[in-house]
Design a protein. Structure first.
Length: 321
């Protein structure tokens, strides 16, 4: 039976880039570009709560890092490296090989090498902890408390597919193989908007990544900034997987659906064209979905200008304090 050391050497140790001390010592060492601040974030993923026990391990390796890279993106930071903590109920080598492939492939794509971590056998369910480190110039990070009245509110990509996939897999929606086929990738292989976040640093005001749902995550920005928002539902890009669902289910998926890993951000209306150019450079579609108001409340309007019916429970009134 392989020891923890064998597993680490086989699946997680990779040659470190020049200037970095990677897996193998008591600490990793990595250079920070001169004058930059380090941005760091940790996410913990627990089997049964954050992923289904039978999820494709390669997708899980990808997503474990993707959700952390999404936090760097939401801050406007450039990835520097990451560390990985694993509590393993068993040493299933094909599983570990696939998990590591998904993890390292995304790490390589974003220049975020795995520098170290901790691996332990556990009598409990699988748990995965990833910490990322990034660099951002002082004063340029996209903070939650930086939204200003009059800002345009933007969102990247399209929303709702991951929520639809989750509800189909969980049996909350009736079986629909064609819809699941179109939605599943959004849930299992999210693409963190790292290039967009960096393109917006120093240009956008506030930003957040959508992990818990647009209204809830935007609510964090509004609370931190002491402002409110007015959104137009028909301006929020809905994923194709949402089309044709009952209106209440679609509204829940688009406005309340988690696991989207798109960016919601605010910027001065005068910077509208610069934001579009930055997004085009990053290769990501973005859309204006509303505006920041001084009054601390979220209002969502339907196409007819009336307050949208069927808002997810708890979102019909959303005090910022
Ligand atoms: P220590 O006893 O100092 O904690 P470990 O035996 O836990 O060291 O780890 C040995 C080396 O392997 C360390 O450099 C550690 O960072 C690295 N490591 C352990 N687990 C992982 C993992 N899952 N991914 C990447 N590196 C890991
Ligand atoms: Mg250790």
């Amino acid at each position: 039976l392989a020891s923890e050391f064998d597993l680490i050497a086989r699946y997680f140790a990779r040659p470190a880039p020049a200037g970095m001390l990677g897996v193998g010592d008591d600490c990793a060492l990595f250079p920070v570009p001169p004058g930059m601040q380090v941005a760091t974030s940790t996410d913990l993923l627990i089997q049964g709560r954050h992923f289904f026990p039978d999820v494709d391990p390669q997708a899980l390796g990808h997503k474990s890092l993707a959700v952390n890279l999404s936090d760097l993106a939401a801050m406007g930071a450039r990835p520097l490296g990451c560390v990985l903590g694993l509590a393993l109920p068993r040493a299933d080598e094909p599983w570990l090989a696939a998990f590591a492939r998904g993890f390292h492939d995304l790490a390589g794509a974003h220049g975020c090498p795995l520098m170290g971590g901790d691996t332990t056998r556990s009598p409990h369910d699988l748990a995965i902890s990833v910490t990322v480190f990034g660099a951002v110039a002082p004063g340029r990070a996209l903070r939650r408390d930086a939204a200003r009245a009059g800002d345009q509110i933007w969102v990247s990509g399209a929303l709702g597919a991951a929520d639809v996939a989750y509800r189909l897999l969980d049996g909350q929606l009736p079986p629909d193989a064609a819809r699941l086929a179109g939605a599943r990738r959004a849930l299992e292989w999210p693409e963190p908007r790292v290039a967009l976040g960096q393109a917006l640093a120093g240009l956008a005001h506030a930003a957040i990544d959508i992990s818990d749902g647009l209204l809830q995550d935007l609510g964090h920005v509004l609370a931190a900034s002491g402002v409110g928002a007015c959104l137009r539902y028909d301006a929020v890009p809905a994923a194709a997987a949402v089309q044709g669902l009952p209106p209440a289910v679609a509204v829940q998926a688009v406005l309340g659906g988690g696991d989207a890993y798109e960016l919601c951000f605010t910027a001065a209306p005068g910077d509208h064209d610069r934001v579009l150019a930055a997004a085009a450079r990053a290769g990501v579609p973005v859309a204006v979905i509303g505006r920041i108001d001084p009054r601390p409340d979220i209002v969502v309007l339907a196409a007819d200008g009336q307050p949208l019916a069927g808002l997810p429970r708890g979102f019909d009134h959303f005090p910022a304090s």
